[in-house]
Ligand binder design. Structure first.
Ligand SMILES: Nc1ncnc2c1ncn2[C@@H]1O[C@H](COP(=O)(O)OP(=O)(O)OP(=O)(O)O)[C@@H](O)[C@H]1O
Length: 201
């Protein structure tokens, strides 16, 4: 994924003032910023959900996007969500999705409606839907919100597995926590990204 010169404003509120990102293969990267810094705005632009006022975003290959709030239909079961996305992604089966459900330990909820799932389980489904087509680039907005400690660790194991498989993962969070697990880290401040070393100086 290559991002060049992305600017965005909501009315007179300028949020992004020239974002450049080059996300290489096999990298787990993070963007950290305070509440309101523009992280979700940037991820929406990277995912194509929002059009930037200026700048370009180039994706090569498949990408997955896990928005901050899970976009689920409360009337559908977990399995119905998986089948819907299987068709949308043109996948032959649910093998990979079922493997992810086992890793994240929520297979027993397959026949539950999304509306009755706990916040953490909704987030597990959100993550599975973003990953079930084996994207080359995975964009995650606050992905571990609501995860218990074991799930949080499993999430990072999953990210490390993706890195080994040559996939790229971009995690956005307001907490600069566990940054040792990241290969690259940028701080979003004042509408621009600063690399970890520069921000620490
Ligand atoms: N649709 C919108 N219309 C107007 N202003 C918006 C809109 N979406 C976001 N903003 C404003 O843009 C700024 C950046 O918001 P954004 O949600 O991108 O920040 P964030 O870094 O993701 O915050 P948080 O950590 O709280 O989720 C905020 O000041 C917010 O109020």
């Amino acid at each position: 994924m290559d991002v060049k010169g992305v600017h965005h404003a909501y009315g007179r509120r300028v949020v992004l003032r020239g974002i450049d990102i080059s996300l290489r293969r096999g990298v787990v990267a993070g963007i950290v910023g305070e509440n309101g810094a523009g992280k979700s705005t940037l991820l929406k632009i990277l995912a194509g959900e929002l059009r930037p006022q200026r700048g370009v975003v180039v994706h090569r290959g498949r990408f997955g996007y896990c928005p901050q709030d899970a976009v689920l239909n409360d009337a559908l079961t977990v399995r119905q969500h998986l089948k819907f996305f299987m068709t949308a992604f043109d996948l032959p089966d649910l093998c990979r999705a079922e493997g992810l459900m086992e890793v994240l330990r929520f297979s027993e909820y397959a026949d539950e409606r999304a509306g009755v799932l706990s916040g953490g389980t909704r987030q597990k489904l959100n993550l599975t839907l973003a990953l079930m087509h084996d994207p080359q680039v995975l964009l995650l907005d606050e992905p571990y919100q609501g995860f218990d400690w074991d799930t949080y660790r499993r999430f990072w194991d999953l990210a490390a597995g993706l890195r080994e498989a040559g996939r790229s993962v971009l995690v956005v969070s307001h907490l600069a926590y566990d940054t040792g697990r990241l290969d690259e880290l940028w701080y979003l401040e004042g509408g621009v990204l600063r690399p970890r070393a520069e921000a620490a100086a």
